[in-house]
Design a protein around this ligand. Sequence first.
Ligand code: ZN
Length: 150
Amino acid sequence: MADLKELYRQVILDHYRNPRRRGKLSGPHVHAEGLNPSCGDEFFLDIRVEDGTVTDAAIEGQGCSISQASGSMMMDVIVGKTIDEVRGVSGKFKLMMGIDEGEDPLDHDRPGSVLGDLEALQGVRKFPVRIKCADLPWTTLAEALEGVEA
Ligand code: ZN
């Protein structure tokens, strides 16, 4: 178990130091902004949706390693997915973090098989103050999806 914890720590640090899809989108897109005042995290999200599929995304912002890593991990999983699939991932993430109540969505015999790198954040649920940090990109994403024309 200690090895898995160390692996998860490395995954989080890697996303924090080398965030994926950093920047802004040009051309048609939806923009949303999220703030987590309790920690000082800021998150800015651009997504492009074409025919119900997220075809491009970019993020900017600053804050703690948990919030920024969570956003970077989100970039890896949402691009190329339909809005329904993205909502499915978000739902599993919120179950994993204990934000929503329900059955544990992870397959603990096969780490990474359900939510990929995002599973590295599962330990954060033990720290209620930091759950908001991990969730910030996802609440911002939900807001952006509301701005997408159905
Ligand atoms: Zn934070």
